[in-house]
Design a protein around this ligand. Structure first.
Ligand code: IPE
Ligand code: IPE
Ligand code: MG
Length: 249
């Protein structure tokens, strides 16, 4: 009954959107979980759990809308600075999320990951590989989860890889251009068209630095666990009213 009501509400929101002017790639900085929990007198980890459920809901809705690529920032290279108990709770949550066989089941969402996996436990890396393998034939939407991801680290990785090719004599430094750098980033998809950041912060926090050269931004003063399909629809509608010039007139 509830889900029928929800489906109806979602269908109504979807009619507001111009299907011919959708962002191909939407980035989401899922911020404000801790503050959401604190306001409710809950531990920060409860905010992270609530946030994980919201990601599932929003991804399904975005896929329904026709969004092709979503990159969701789940853990930054700087988030290791947090107390060990919180980092552990986030890693446990990630593991549960990956092991949840119902994750994005019943729709056409493929799961992929960006970021440096080497610092993650073997169990997490294994589950990541399983999730990627099990969803690899779904082709409607690709959800990239950014885990131990940092935009600066990603560019440094690309530079290292180019330097190795120069050293091996297979690349002339004069041939290094934007395309060669872009090809060595984690993302094998179009640059991000729209970046959504709730929680009232107005910054990138090291998210998709290279890929956001011409992104549109959408900020809101709500915490990620309170983010609904309505907010997502509003972000897309606002995006559709922007005039993207890419340096032209
Ligand atoms: C975002 O929520 C989740 C992660 C960074 C892992 P926060 O935990 O940053 O929540 P706030 O910003 O402290 O409220
Ligand atoms: C950005 O949020 C990282 C993620 C959402 C995973 P943070 O909460 O870490 O960002 P800052 O510290 O406020 O810039
Ligand atoms: Mg935060």
């Amino acid at each position: 009954m509830f889900s029928l009501f929800k489906k109806k509400q979602q269908a109504k929101l979807l009619t507001e959107i111009d299907k011919n002017n959708l962002p191909r790639h939407v980035g989401i900085i899922m911020d404000g979980n801790g503050r959401w929990a604190k306001r409710r007198g809950l531990p920060r980890s409860a905010g992270h759990s609530a946030g994980a459920a919201v990601l599932k809901n929003i991804t399904e809705f975005a896929s329904e809308m026709g969004i092709r690529y979503i990159t969701a920032y789940a853990f930054s290279t700087e988030n290791w600075k947090r107390p060990k108990a919180e980092v552990d709770a986030l890693m446990d949550l990630l593991l549960d999320y990956l092991k949840d066989k119902k994750l994005l089941e019943g729709n056409q969402v493929r799961l992929k990951f960006i970021g440096d996996r080497s610092a993650l436990t073997e169990e997490i890396r294994e589950q990541m590989a399983i999730a990627e393998e099990e969803s690899k034939d779904r082709d409607k939407t690709i959800l990239y989860l950014a885990i131990n991801y940092g935009g600066q680290q990603e560019v440094a990785k690309a530079v290292r890889s180019l330097c190795k090719e120069v050293k091996e004599g297979t690349l002339n430094p004069d041939d290094i251009n934007e395309t060669l750098i872009g090809d060595r980033l984690y993302t094998e998809i179009p640059d991000v068209d729209l970046i959504i950041r709730p929680s009232g912060e107005y910054r990138l926090s090291n998210f998709l630095l290279w890929q956001s050269a011409y992104s549109e931004f959408w900020f809101a003063d709500i915490c990620w666990p309170d983010f609904t399909e309505k907010h997502f629809t509003k972000a897309i509608l606002d995006y559709q009213n922007r005039n993207r010039r890419f340096g032209g007139v």
